[in-house]
Write a protein that binds this ligand. Structure first.
Ligand code: BGC
Length: 697
């Protein structure tokens, strides 16, 4: 037993039952939707997503919880409070840069702490299984290793500042359609090899204080009431010592306490969804008549206390210094490293001394850059450039807006290309856009999409007729550059007619600047796709998404029959070529890979040389894949190289990526395995065979 466990035991033993029950429910602060302050929140407490009273006489601090992964959010909770707004998590995924994830986490931790928040609802790690999932922008990638490595760094960054981080949403909360009534069906062993493996590795590496469950059911049981996932896997097989909190409004019954959930979150939403707060009166009644064992109550409390002590939120000695200029730099670095150059026939980069006429078309590029909607949206310093209400059915409809962050791509382009004549056209119709494109030397057309929590996208198209606008611009001007600001892959019916395509995701508060820098060549693009771009939905595991379009509240079952073969693994297994492969991304220089040396035995280690063979410095992300018996990303490293410079890179495989999960354990099959080094899951350059020993992990 470690020190945190010992202290948790000691404190819990001294608590009254009222104090114990107090720790088991979080209530939401007042905001634009909740007008009355819950009496459990003392006056003067900063309002946010969750408040849990402490036990002052025993030195247990109250828990003040806020979202999270993209910066400290403020959905109407605190007047005038703004914070550094990072790019979407999928853009962080595209950086393939663990050090950047660590810096982003530290930044979030410091800004949280300076506001008094000691629990960040961060660590979104659900795998991108479906390109329609409205929340993929909040998650890192489709790959368990990449997601786990980056999530762990971000969580460790937050917790290193003395702030607890969650990891979420456990598990398979990978579509938003009817999320409270969605039953996600998956083969349990394949689950261990995919989404659960991402959680397992990230939890091992970063020890997040809390795990937040998903809204959905997994194989028939709600995630929060899923004994197999919580008791058997998380707390049993993995020995997780922290606490399990529900998502907001995801506790329909006190009985979830018997299946492993330790805390109910967002109690007001439970009242509106299910008619009561299950972890207050019903849980007390269950203790009173013996349905809830007293030992289980104590354990729930001890788990919360243990994380408080392990992360040290009881020992704060004042707020950390917050250097907003340094944080703005992190947001800028993240935007720069997350942008992916998908296609370039040589039109990019634009010459810095150009005197060309440039038509910038559409996407509100004169105003700013979009963010994903929902609980993760951060209000940046200075506020939003614009908030355009979108609306929609269900609980999240009222929260669905197109938020624009005030870093205008048009203004930033004007700053970087002072000799150019830059005209903005809103791209209202294809005909208007074509007129603007025709009178310019170069056309830069923006495609934006509103995506967010509570909604899946119906298909892969851009909204508001933007695909037709882009096609018309491409027809009018052969030097057309498309900049996408989306949270997911989109179809590109105009792809063969344009000169360059840039995927900028939701690039955060410095997004306009980073986009301009990439277009003007001030920054050499280095982002790599953290998700596969399919040519169309027919190539994906679920051409039809069950439940899409049914009224909120309709019970929905989605079968994730692709199992562990998510994303690029699915494409490799089926022998299909995607539109753009996982790991793909171009730059303004070129890289070569040579001299692959692979060692087998207990695990697998590959060493190879990367050389910058181009004319300018830049970053590359060579990737190591297992190719036989099946495709798995085994390792990656982001390397910065000057022209002509070489580096030997060594990558060692996490053994579970070489293994199968079967009969309750991991097994590496003995014999020959094949690996390859490449620039994407499809562009494999070097390959080798290696013998592995058979072993159980
Ligand atoms: C989201 C969580 C979030 C919580 C608190 C929920 O709607 O699913 O990710 O942490 O709200 O804001």
């Amino acid at each position: 037993m470690d020190e945190a466990d010992r202290r948790a035991r000691e404190t819990e033993a001294q608590m009254t039952d009222d104090e114990r029950f107090g720790l088991l429910v979080s209530v939401m602060g007042t905001n634009t939707a909740i007008a009355t302050r819950d009496e459990r929140i003392p006056e003067g407490t900063p309002m946010s997503a969750g408040y849990v009273p402490g036990v002052p006489r025993l030195g247990v601090p109250p828990l003040l919880m806020s979202d999270a992964s993209l910066g400290v959010t403020n959905p109407g909770y605190r007047e005038g409070d703004t914070a550094t707004a990072l790019p979407a998590a999928i853009a962080l995924g595209a950086s393939f840069n663990p050090a950047l994830a660590r810096a982003a986490g530290r930044m979030i931790g410091r800004e949280a702490r300076s506001r008094g928040f000691n629990v960040m609802l961060a660590g979104g790690i659900n795998l991108a299984r479906d390109p329609r999932n409205g929340r993929n922008f909040e998650y890192l990638s489709e790959d368990p290793l990449l997601s786990a490595v980056l999530a762990a760094e971000s969580i460790a960054g937050i917790q290193g500042e003395g702030v607890i981080s969650t990891i979420k949403h456990y598990s398979l909360n990978v579509n938003e359609t009817n999320r409270h009534w969605l039953d996600a069906i998956v083969d349990p062993d394949a689950h261990r090899e995919s989404d659960l493996l991402a959680f397992e590795i990230a939890i091992e590496r970063a020890q997040p204080g809390s795990v937040m469950t998903g809204y959905n059911k997994v194989n028939g049981e709600y995630a929060g009431g899923n004994r197999l996932l919580l008791e058997d896997v998380l707390k049993g097989a993995w020995g997780y010592p922290g606490w399990v909190m529900s998502d907001w409004g995801a506790t329909p019954t006190w009985e979830f306490a018997l299946a492993g959930q330790d805390q109910e979150s967002g109690a007001q939403i439970d009242v509106s969804m299910w008619g009561e707060e299950p972890f207050t009166a019903p849980l007390r009644a269950a203790l009173a008549d013996g349905r809830l064992p007293r030992e289980r109550l104590s354990e729930m409390v001890r788990r919360i206390l243990r994380s408080i002590y392990a992360v040290g939120i009881d020992a704060w000695d004042g707020a950390a210094e917050v250097d907003m200029a340094a944080h703005a730099q992190i947001a800028l670095d993240a935007a720069r490293q997350g942008i992916v150059l998908l296609e370039n026939d040589g039109v990019l980069p634009l010459a810095r001394d150009t005197s060309a006429t440039i038509a910038v078309i559409g996407g509100y590029a004169q105003a700013g850059v979009p963010v994903g909607t929902g609980s993760s949206a951060v209000t940046p310093p200075g506020g939003y450039a614009a908030v355009i209400p979108i609306g929609g059915p269900g609980i999240m409809g009222a929260w669905r807006n197109l938020f624009l962050l005030p870093s205008s791509p048009v203004e930033e382009l004007r700053r970087l290309l002072p000799g150019a004549q830059i005209d903005f056209d809103p791209g209202l119709t294809p005909a208007d856009a074509a007129l603007a494109a025709r009178r310019a030397d170069v056309a830069i057309v923006f495609g934006v999409r509103v995506e967010g929590e509570g909604f899946d996208n119906a298909d892969l198209s851009l909204p508001w007729g933007q695909d037709a606008v882009i096609a018309a611009v491409a027809d009018a001007n052969p030097r057309t550059i498309v900049v996408l600001e989306t949270g997911n892959p989109v179809a590109m019916p105009w792809r063969d007619r344009v000169a360059a395509i840039v995927e900028a995701w939701y690039p955060g508060q410095a997004g306009g600047r980073a986009i301009a820098e990439v277009l003007a060549g001030a920054v050499n693009p280095s982002g790599r796709l953290p998700v596969t771009f399919p040519a169309d939905l027919a190539q994906t595991p679920r051409p039809e998404l069950p439940g899409l379009g049914t009224p909120t509240g309709t019970p929905t079952t989605i079968r994730y029959d692709e199992g562990a073969e998510v994303g690029y693994r699915w494409f490799a297994a089926r022998g299909e070529a995607p539109l753009y492969a996982f790991g793909h991304g171009l730059g303004y220089t070129t890289f070569a890979y040579e001299d692959l040396d692979v060692r087998g035995g207990d695990t697998l280690t590959a060493t190879f040389t990367v050389t910058n063979t181009g004319e300018r410095g830049g970053a590359d992300v060579p990737q190591l894949y297992l190719t036989e018996p099946r495709r798995r990303l085994l390792g990656f490293e982001r390397v910065e190289l000057e022209p002509g410079e070489s580096r030997r890179v060594t990558l060692t495989a996490e053994p579970r990526l070489l293994a199968r999960f079967a009969d309750g354990g991991w097994i590496v099959d003995g014999g020959e395995h094949r690996v390859a080094v490449g620039a994407s899951a499809e562009a494999l350059v070097l390959s080798a065979a290696v013998e592995l020993d058979r072993r159980a992990l």
